[in-house]
Design a protein around this ligand. Structure first.
Ligand code: NI
Length: 170
């Protein structure tokens, strides 16, 4: 297992429509283990494979996000099957560190996916977990959380983030 480096939001891989996973093999299990380790090390609530440069439909999320106990799971080819309600809440992303903004999300969702054993799984989620699942789903479709903000607000955040990257590279 290894902590992988996380791509930032200007990397084109973050804009990819990610590919459906066809085979659950040793390579995918190893990828999943690295993604979990990378999420724990960051630390973050979730991570999509394209954030470490792999444009496949797979993400990890911490089911224990609202508790003290970490419970990271891997979801393959996930699909949101129902959404209800709407709520503004603060959000951030490991690919845009230290930038947060309020994003509107459904308050309750249902999701289906395949787990690492190839078994169909379903989850119902609300609150912060529902938000995290919607955020990770967006990554698989090349969408970043600031895309839903107005252009002016997004450009301010982009400039702030670019400045930060520049400062760190000097
Ligand atoms: Ni993210």
């Amino acid at each position: 297992m290894a902590v992988r480096s996380i791509k930032n939001c200007f990397d084109p891989v973050l804009r990819k429509q990610c590919e459906v996973v066809k085979n659950i093999d040793g390579e995918l299990v190893a990828l999943s283990e690295d993604m979990i380790e990378t999420t724990l090390a960051a630390p973050g609530i979730g991570l999509a494979a394209n954030q470490i440069g792999i444009p496949w439909r797979i993400f990890v999320v911490n089911l224990g996000v609202e508790t003290e106990k970490d419970n990271l799971i891997t979801l393959i080819n996930p699909e949101i099957t129902a959404m209800e309600g709407s709520e503004l809440g603060e959000e951030g992303c490991l690919s845009i560190p230290d930038v947060v903004a309020k994003v509107k999300r459904a308050t309750q969702i249902e999701l289906k996916a395949v787990d690492l054993n190839g078994k169909d799984v379903r989850y119902e989620a609300s609150g912060l977990l529902a938000r995290a699942l919607q955020h990770e789903m967006d990554h698989l479709n090349g969408i970043l959380f600031w895309d839903s903000l107005g252009k002016i607000k997004r450009d301010i955040l982009k400039r702030k983030f670019k400045k930060k990257i520049k400062e760190q590279s000097e």
